[in-house]
Design a protein around this ligand. Structure first.
Ligand SMILES: Nc1ncnc2c1ncn2[C@@H]1O[C@H](COP(=O)(O)OP(=O)(O)OP(=O)(O)O)[C@@H](O)[C@H]1O
Ligand SMILES: [Mg+2]
Length: 162
């Protein structure tokens, strides 16, 4: 999606464990790059992080609508979620492709699980994810994998939500 000046509108996504530093990085790009994050939407939409299937589906719809609208208006966006499943990366890549926006992954999977646990423990309680959740995500998506996680191939025939 070229702007009138010729620069391509960009969708950036972060990838990494909770407390890896994704939001801290994304904030350095604001306000030039707008930031849209599931956790903030959870609190905004529901007043709390409910994590029920219905609430999560609402967060997904609201986030995608927001990102799509911003990209259509030539605004750069960073989605500073964990984005660890390949399907999440593919879905964002396909949205960017459909809107002719550039797509970049900023990988934080090199920040190890023990460091994430340390950083999480020092966060304000309202932002803390907790050891169990961080270790579960590490075991599910990162343990035994080569890091940084390879960006999955994005083919036109791939699935995803875009
Ligand atoms: N490079 C860094 N070195 C040391 N501490 C950091 C660094 N980046 C972030 N932190 C600290 O780690 C904590 C977690 O950072 P941040 O909120 O950016 O993580 P996150 O990846 O967005 O986590 P979540 O997925 O839970 O949103 C914060 O207290 C932050 O100040
Ligand atoms: Mg964050």
């Amino acid at each position: 999606m070229p702007e009138s000046g010729g620069a391509m509108t960009r969708l950036l996504i972060t990838r990494g464990l909770p407390a890896a530093g994704k939001t801290t990085f994304a904030r350095t790009l604001q306000p030039t790059v707008t930031r849209v994050n599931r956790d903030d939407l959870r609190r905004m939409l529901h007043g709390a992080r409910l994590y029920t299937p219905d609430a999560e589906a609402q967060v997904t719809r609201a986030q995608r609508a927001c990102v799509e609208t911003l990209l259509r208006s030539h605004t750069d966006v960073i989605v500073d979620d964990t984005n660890l499943p390949d399907a999440a990366v593919r879905a964002w890549a396909r949205l960017a492709g459909r809107l002719r926006a550039g797509f970049e992954v900023r990988d934080f999977t090199g920040v190890g699980v023990e460091e994430c646990l340390r950083r999480d423990a020092h966060r304000p309680e309202a932002d803390r994810v907790g050891e169990r959740g961080i270790r579960r995500m590490h075991d599910l998506y990162l343990a035994g994998r080569s890091l940084p996680l390879p960006v999955p191939p994005i083919g036109p025939a791939e699935g995803g939500l875009a």
